[in-house]
Ligand binder design. Structure first.
Ligand code: SF4
Ligand code: SF4
Length: 261
């Protein structure tokens, strides 16, 4: 089956998992590398002797689960995306599954995405718990997802919705780098005046003094609370104060005097 479809059998997947006793101790590596190829970055990445030395570069990885602490170094280094890390102690009903993921855009922490099987079938909706994006051309991002414990051997990848909530990326206040999502979160948490939102997020406190963002904030408050936008106050704005050299003031005064003469 593996040779024809690239999908390992249930027996092969089972063989990559450690004993029940080891699974209860904490995170462990799952190496689904079942075909001999000249490759060993999993061994060179591991500094805990979790992958034993290769006698021959074509050997299959020999995993020592007792030495592995689930650090994921080998997950991001494996060019075949053959390695995951599993933590069955994550919570009562969920396991933490750390998978290599090389598509863009990357999901974000907190996203709800679809967990896919080895063959790409949808298994269940899962939450993204963490996103590691290590620097280096030869390192693959590692996504941590919370999956149902009984699905941990089934789920092997994720599908990220094409249409993500873009509000978290949209900058409303360019002076203070405040996003639309931050503004919406503040309104949802009960801050429904421009001044409140300004004091918490610093929106509108930059050099433009709210020239571009105040109308967006009013629009968002109106849209979320149902209030008439014409009844919403734009907030307090002040001219920018900048230090000026005394010499420049004297110069200006002299120029003014000269102009009168
Ligand atoms: S997860 Fe970390 S400790 Fe375990 S085998 Fe991979 S590199 Fe070694
Ligand atoms: S780095 Fe990945 S593909 Fe290469 S031998 Fe190790 S597990 Fe197999």
């Amino acid at each position: 089956m593996l040779e024809k479809t690239g999908i390992p059998t249930k027996e092969q997947i089972d063989s990559a998992f450690p004993s029940e006793e080891r699974m209860k101790k904490g995170p462990f590596v799952v190496v689904e590398c079942f075909q001999k190829i000249p490759c060993n970055p999993c061994f060179t990445a591991c500094n805990r002797d979790g992958i034993k030395i290769f006698e021959d570069i074509n050997d299959l990885p020999n995993v020592d689960h007792e030495n592995c602490n689930g650090c994921t170094l080998c997950v991001s280094k494996c060019p075949g995306l053959a390695i995951t890390v599993v933590d069955m102690t994550y919570s009562e009903d969920k396991a933490l599954l750390k998978i290599p993921y090389e598509f863009l855009p990357l999901p974000r922490k907190g996203d709800r995405v679809t967990g896919l099987s080895h063959g790409g079938e949808e298994v269940e909706e899962v939450e993204v718990v963490n996103v590691q994006n290590p620097k280096g051309f030869d390192k693959t991002p590692v996504i941590s997802i919370a999956v149902s414990k009984d699905k941990v051997k089934e789920i092997r990848s994720i599908k990220v919705p094409k249409e993500r909530d873009r509000s978290r990326d949209e900058i409303v206040c360019r002076c203070s780098d405040v996003t639309l999502k931050e503004v919406r979160d503040l309104i949802h948490s009960g801050h429904t005046t421009v001044n409140e939102i300004k004091k918490i997020s610093r929106i509108g406190m930059g050099p433009c003094q709210g020239r571009t963002c105040s109308q967006v904030v009013i629009r968002e408050i109106a849209s979320i609370t149902g209030k008439d936008p014409s009844t919403l106050k734009p907030g307090t704005y002040r001219p920018v104060v900048r230090s000026v050299e005394m010499g420049k003031i004297l110069e200006a005064m002299e120029n003014e005097e000269a102009a009168k003469r």
